[in-house]
Design a protein around this ligand. Sequence first.
Ligand code: IPE
Ligand code: IPE
Ligand code: MG
Length: 234
Amino acid sequence: MLFKKKEIHVDSRLSHIAFIMDGNGRWAKKRAMPRKFGHRQGAKSFERVVCECKRLGIKTVTVYAFSTENWSRPKDEVDSIIELLSSYIDRAQKEKDTRFVFLGDKSVLGDDLQKRMTSLEEETKDRPLTLNIAFNYGGRAEIVHACNELIGQGAKRSVSEKDISEHLYTSASPDPDLIVRTAGECRISNFLLWQSAYSEFYFTDVLWPDFDEKELHRAIESFYKRKRNFGGVT
Ligand code: IPE
Ligand code: IPE
Ligand code: MG
């Protein structure tokens, strides 16, 4: 007998989903392969998951690709992650409805890569869907950066929450409704510290390279079972 696949519906309650894509190294280790092999497989999962988010009508997707702390990894691993970003930027040209935003400090990356990141942002800035790629991103560094921008603009009054939000790398996006972290770790690891104040969290043991459409649907189903209060009573 044929069973029709259950379709999942997403509405405005879930406009922004963010992913801490963890577990690439362990995925490779289980296969006795080098860690960079796991990152390559993780990059494939990323493209698949983003594609499914778009199909479901999710307007903003954020992925944590490389943290400010990840520089402490072996150079060849770091180089392989930067190389994956670089090759993704080439493929990103084919996405016609997506605005790309890089969250984090580009200035330490190679000149050519920085230029390609900035032009992708510029060329796509009027598009309806947003893909935020957090690269050389740290939540604390982001808040410090926002404060320094405000100081640089000569803020002569005390700053508000709105001022800070408007100077974060994510200023163009709403706060995430749902943050998914794979690979069994239940921590934030310096991701979206300010923006996650009222996000729902979904943790799964599935390693990122194994996270597929089915796993995404599970995370979304879990989100829709939650009751969000935002500090109030309902
Ligand atoms: C996440 O996978 C990718 C990055 C942090 C760049 P990891 O490389 O952290 O994988 P594990 O946690 O070692 O398995
Ligand atoms: C978080 O994963 C960063 C990214 C997914 C890019 P890590 O693997 O770096 O986090 P920790 O070190 O386990 O907290
Ligand atoms: Mg990890």
